[in-house]
Design a protein around this ligand. Structure first.
Ligand SMILES: Nc1nc2c(ncn2[C@@H]2O[C@H](COP(=O)(O)OP(=O)(O)O)[C@@H](O)[C@H]2O)c(=O)[nH]1
Ligand SMILES: *[C@@H]1O[C@H](CO)[C@@H](O)[C@H](O)[C@H]1NC(C)=O
Ligand SMILES: *[C@@H]1O[C@H](CO)[C@@H](O)[C@H](O)[C@H]1NC(C)=O
Ligand SMILES: [Mg+2]
Length: 404
């Protein structure tokens, strides 16, 4: 069993260089490299190419400047008209994003350190931290020293965060009291509702996220158990995925009493947004009449912000927003994102990361079998939420494989 995603050869050679040459040059280069590979194993030829390139540069490839690489490639390709413009970073247009409070700095540091060690130290994707108030010096200092890529700190625009004026506060208070009486977690919290609404409809509009397409959502305190041996952003891009998850479970019905009826109204009004090969059967056991509460746990997300920015989701979010359910009930960004991904994307555009070991209290998933060893995972493989009774992973897999 291989890794779930084999990067193309072109990506692998140049990913280790962290530079990408336009496709044409790439093909020529690879042809050249392969024609000199004696063992016939691509891995070996990569190593050969690395070491001979390093020798020629008289320095490790990681220290090569762009102009060094231009020289090297010009020489290899016998093309003297290459310029720095022909060499582009091999990374996706992606960012790692964390919404977090100053008071959570220790948990933030733990999550950052793990994602850097397991993945990002090799790729140096930028980090963006968002907060409803300015980050303090301590937070900035503690986090800046941990990251390998660029780092920025943003404050969320007031209107993207607070309960809108047009919300009927009496009705909202009744809703909070009702959930508190039912002992629903965060039932009485306004800030939690702000957070859910922001993550549903606003984070991808933040100024600091505008330059980017893909994002990886990270929460303070989460754990990453395994090494990532490839770039999941590039996998998403190459395989045209729009959304991905590690844990899938049932939502608390009390937090979303009218969400599904709102979804059905929306579909009736805008049937054009339903994807042809959608994953409705992941969300519903009766063809869409009722919601089975299955959703993807959104504290982990690697996804395409252009999907949220697109016509279907924008119309969907506006529709939900007008109903006021983020405040009158306690609609979570997890069911909102999940429903949208399942209905407006092709079911093959949703990816389950079987190879990512992940924990957000109180649940974790731990990769099994070869995934566990290939990722050098440190989690207990028997402590795995995937096929527990409260998990919807089986249903997702059945739907994706066409068994449901
Ligand atoms: N800046 C800021 N971040 C928040 C606030 N409330 C929640 N968050 C962040 O939003 C994410 C989800 O909140 P969390 O408390 O972990 O909710 P849970 O995972 O559903 O238990 C985390 O990244 C929190 O740090 C808030 O009031 N301000
Ligand atoms: C040399 O590189 C330039 C710049 O990318 C390209 O336009 C040109 O076609 C290349 N020439 C050959 C012979 O490959
Ligand atoms: C960091 O930001 C600078 C300035 O915007 C940019 O030139 C550079 O490429 C970025 N580095 C990384 C690793 O993203
Ligand atoms: Mg959390």
């Amino acid at each position: 069993m291989g890794s779930p995603f084999s990067p193309t050869q072109s990506v692998r050679v140049l990913a280790s260089l962290r530079y990408l040459i336009p496709a044409l040059i790439l093909l020529v280069t690879l042809h050249y490299i392969r024609s000199f590979s004696l063992s016939g194993s691509f891995g070996t030829s990569t190593v050969n190419w690395h070491s001979s390139a390093s020798e020629r540069l008289a320095k490790p490839l990681g220290e090569a400047s762009t102009s060094d690489l231009v020289d090297l490639l010009s020489d290899r390709l016998g093309n003297t008209s290459l310029s720095e413009a022909d060499i582009k970073p091999v990374r996706a247009n992606a960012v790692i994003v964390m919404l977090v409070r100053n008071s959570e700095v220790n948990d933030a540091a733990g999550a950052i350190k793990q994602l850097e060690d397991r993945f990002n130290a090799k790729y140096n994707y930028p980090w963006v931290f968002l907060n409803d108030e300015p980050f303090d010096e301590n937070f900035i200092q503690r986090t800046s020293q941990l990251v390998s890529g660029n780092i920025s700190f943003g404050v969320i625009p007031h209107d993207h965060w607070v309960q809108p004026d047009w919300i009927d506060e009496n009705r909202a208070r009744d809703g909070r009291n009702r959930l508190m009486a039912q002992n629903v977690i965060y039932g009485g919290s306004i800030s939690y509702r702000n957070m859910c609404r922001f993550n549903s409809g606003f984070f991808y509009r933040h100024e600091l996220l505008q330059p980017y397409r893909y994002y990886w959502r990270v929460e303070p305190g989460v754990k990453y158990f395994c090494d990532m041996n490839y770039d999941p952003f590039l996998m998403m891009q190459e395989q045209k995925k729009v959304y991905s998850f590690t844990i899938s479970l049932y939502e608390w019905q009390q937090t979303i009493p009218t969400l599904w009826s709102t979804v059905k109204e929306f579909i009736k009004e805008f049937p054009q947004y339903l994807a042809e090969n959608n994953a409705m059967d992941y969300l519903s056991n009766d063809g869409g009449n009722t919601f089975n509460l299955c959703h993807f746990w959104s504290n982990f997300e690697i996804a395409d912000m252009d999907f949220w920015r697109g016509e279907a989701y924008s119309a969907f979010f506006d529709y939900l927003e007008k109903k006021g359910g983020f405040y009158y009930e306690r609609w979570g960004d997890a069911p909102v994102h999940s429903i949208a991904a399942a209905l407006f994307a092709n079911k093959d555009q949703i990816h389950f990361f079987r190879d990512i070991g992940y924990r957000h209290d109180p649940f974790q998933r731990c990769p099994q079998g070869d995934y566990h060893s290939q990722g050098k995972c440190w989690c207990d493989p028997t402590d795995n939420f995937d096929y527990r009774p409260n998990s919807c992973v089986q249903r997702f897999e059945d739907v994706q494989a066409g068994r449901i």
